[in-house]
Design a protein around this ligand. Sequence first.
Ligand code: SF4
Length: 364
Amino acid sequence: METENILSLLQNNKEELFLKAKEKKGQFYNNIVTFSRNVFVPVTRQCRNRCGYCGFVSDDASSWITPDKYQILLKKSKDAKCKEILLTLGEKPEEKYQTAKDFLLSHNFESTVDYVNSFCETALDNFLLPHSNLGILSFEELKLLKETNASMGLMLETSSSRLMEAGGAHHYSPGKDPSVRLETLSNAGKLKIPFTSGILIGIGESWAERIESLQTIEKIYKKYNNIQEVIVQNFNPQPNTPMSDWLSPTDEEILLTLSIARIVLSPTVNIQIPPNLNKDRIVEALDSGANDVGGISPLTIDYINPNMDWHEEKMLYKQLGDYNYELIERLPVYPPYEKYLNTRLREIIEDYHHNEETLYSKNR
Ligand code: SF4
């Protein structure tokens, strides 16, 4: 559907948008809702960018997770039956901080990418599946990480360069320039890395820009067929940030965006809603187009939105079950994309499918 048509429905007939999304979802999805049981590892909070909404970033070099601490987390992950190790961190910290360079050198690494790759190797040695988010990466860096990651992620957030202007959420964030993010997404596509992208809504973008961002992700999917899921993430104001007094998007705005995502994206693209940011509207979000609730951790908090607790799994099973949705655990790579992975990763995945028959696998 063209942008003008969506904008016109937004103005004149929102109900029609909801209906179209519901119809499309109904044709391709049953009542299954997937999630991944994970552990969130905030490798470092040092970051070369300064996004107006970010409460995660810190200058503090002590924010690095050391290999010793990481080993302890891996052990706990196995005990808690987590399968995904979510490695999330600031972008290219060594470009900005001498303390980051010093930390890496003291552990015999020259770059953050190499450091994260060693964490991924250790996770695989423990039969755990890494999903890394390092911000923008070169083709060579992606190629290296493809060998040790079940999937990777980079939110497009927005395709609007307007937010890079003075006063915009991304003014101090060179890594949020849509053109460099699109380059990383395209390179991940060329390398056939099972990939997560998404949009962040409520950071100053217009409806037209929001729609264009979704269309841009859809174009990449059509070209490379590697975008396994798209997150529709709602802005959640954090204290002590330049945007702390901004309003969160309304319920209606979030649900409409989900419906538009379902209409714009190919039916095979999974649409994810962060459950902890949508606790009071999770069923409505699923009715509006989402079919996945992303990572849920029994062990670690959401370091990006620390004021938003995860659901307890049992509660979520019950809450969704009451509305005839069936919650099923999945791995960080969706079944159709497993074929892109190397033998080492596929063997771990096969082992999980073999030993845990309740896992989401060949249901589709
Ligand atoms: S949102 Fe990400 S890129 Fe932006 S400042 Fe925070 S850690 Fe850095």
